[in-house]
Design a binder for this molecule. Structure first.
Ligand code: EPU
Length: 448
């Protein structure tokens, strides 16, 4: 059974939503708890699918995970860590991409790791070659087995001098989670430095790790023998915050996003202002609103931090369908993150996608036949359609397009959105959206 939303569009979203801990930090901080010799406490944990998946994976590896019913805080006790039965691990194949980050911590805790085949949004090939190369540089032995990969380190994990071919978020986290308890010093060049990575470093430092970040994308980690637990409040989800900001623009609404943090969203905020969005920033959050009048078109390229995040791209493209003139968006992080525009075109948007790099950031996709640049001409009146949600951010984008459209849209596959947007249907209802939620028996497996 899967959920279906019937959306009657045209109502400006107005009101208040709260964002909690970042989807792209919380599951990783949970994995970090495996490295400690004491329990850890994680605060500001959202109720999303990735947290459920990681909770279950930790539990089958003997980690006790207790949720405070009043606050949702998690206490994670790794003392009973043990090898998990592969049938239980297999049950998580395709659920998420986080399991790959269990490699280092599991080897440190129990000497080996079996990682199920990964899930994650279908926005490109999403290989794990950097992860495996990095693990091998620490001295790990990686073996492909049915249903996943087995990783061990017969001679222990040793610090290494590593250079990433691209500042991958996940591979940087792989290095951090492996190096903190490896023997000796690790130097990582070409690291990603997203705020979620800095927050993971803060978690590890609380546990006793010694990690320094240099301005040239180099991270230096001095391995220590033992780590303790941590108490940490996860940074807020800047991707969810930016999604609600785009929702306010697209629907000509006015949304106060409690928890939105200016410091982590500066690049987004500059862009939001350039397109003509209104904002008021205070200590508790940010009010995003459509000030009336016309939105302005933009030329935009996604990039690693501190550039414009790829996860902000999809909701913003929906807003650009409402801008007066031609916008150009060059996606340089994922090769296939414009598939969601097909549904927008069916709804009346004027968007062409191109193989060429329409921008100046050196990009890995230009000569490789990927439709990774978009030209958006607006404004277009969006009209309700039947839509099947393709991935997390694309799905949210379809939803806000449906909310802005005239007429009715039937949106299927919305369970995917639960992966990263906590209680999003409650939030939509609180913002005055006009929709019904029902279930369908012809649903698909939730695996993106
Ligand atoms: N890449 C490789 N090989 C690897 C790893 C990455 O070629 O072994 C490539 C990817 O294919 C991609 C690029 O490197 O083209 C960047 O990928 P990265 O490793 O940075 O992404 P990730 O760690 O898999 C995280 C977030 C994504 C977010 C990206 C970029 C999580 C769980 N996911 O993915 O979030 O888009 O970083 O910031 O943290 C989302 O929230 O919707 C989402 C997809």
């Amino acid at each position: 059974m899967s959920s279906v939303l019937t959306v009657r569009g045209g109502v400006p979203l107005a009101g208040r939503v709260a964002v909690r801990g970042a989807k792209n930090l919380v599951p990783k901080a949970m994995v970090a708890a495996l490295l400690g010799s004491e329990p850890s406490i994680l605060r500001n944990v959202p109720e999303i699918k990735d947290v459920e998946v990681v909770t279950s994976l930790l539990q089958i590896h003997g980690v006790t995970v207790v949720k405070d019913p009043a606050t949702g805080d998690l206490t994670l006790d790794p003392k009973g860590a043990k090898t998990a039965p592969s049938t239980l691990i297999d049950a998580h194949a395709g659920d998420s991409r986080i399991p790959i980050l269990f490699c280092g911590p599991l080897i440190h805790a129990i000497g080996e790791a079996f990682i199920p085949d990964l899930g994650g949004c279908k926005i490109g090939d999403r290989p794990i070659d950097y992860h495996l190369a990095v693990l091998r540089q620490f001295g790990a032995v990686v073996e492909k087995r049915p249903g996943g990969i087995h990783i061990s380190a017969p001679k222990g994990l040793q610090g290494a001098k590593i250079s990433l071919p691209y500042p991958s978020v996940g591979a940087t986290e792989q290095v951090l989670l492996t190096a903190t308890r490896a023997e000796g010093i690790t130097e990582l060049a070409g690291a990603a430095t997203e705020p979620e990575i800095v927050d993971l470093i803060a978690v590890l430092q609380k546990m006793g790790a010694i990690i320094s970040v240099q301005t040239d994308r180099t991270i230096r980690i001095e391995g220590v023998k033992e780590l303790s637990g941590y108490t940490h409040r996860a940074l807020a989800d800047r991707n969810e915050a930016a999604s609600w900001a785009s929702a306010a623009l697209v629907t000509r609404g006015d949304i106060y996003v409690e928890g939105a943090t200016q410091r982590d969203m500066m690049t987004f905020l500059n862009t939001f202002r350039k397109v003509g969005g209104g904002m008021d920033i205070d200590d508790d959050g940010i009010r995003f609103y459509h000030p009336g009048g016309k939105l302005r078109p933009l030329v935009l390229e996604t990039d690693v931090h501190p550039g414009f995040m790829t996860d902000w791209q999809q909701p913003l493209v929906v807003a650009l369908t409402q801008a007066e003139g031609v916008s150009i968006v060059h996606e340089t992080v994922y090769e296939n993150r414009f598939g969601f525009t097909d549904a927008l075109i069916r709804m009346g948007a004027n968007i062409q996608v191109h193989r060429e790099c329409l921008g100046s950031i050196p990009c890995r996709f230009g000569q490789r036949n990927f439709l990774h640049s978009a030209v958006i001409s607006g404004p277009s009146q969006l009209v309700g359609q039947d839509i099947d949600v393709p991935d997390l951010r694309g799905g949210f984008s379809h939803l806000i397009a449906a909310l802005a459209a005239t007429g009715t849209s039937r949106v299927t596959g919305i369970d995917v959105i639960n992966r990263g947007y906590e209680r999003f249907t409650d939030k939509l209802a609180g913002l005055g959206a006009d929709f019904d939620l029902s279930t369908s028996t012809t649903g698909r497996k939730l695996n993106s």
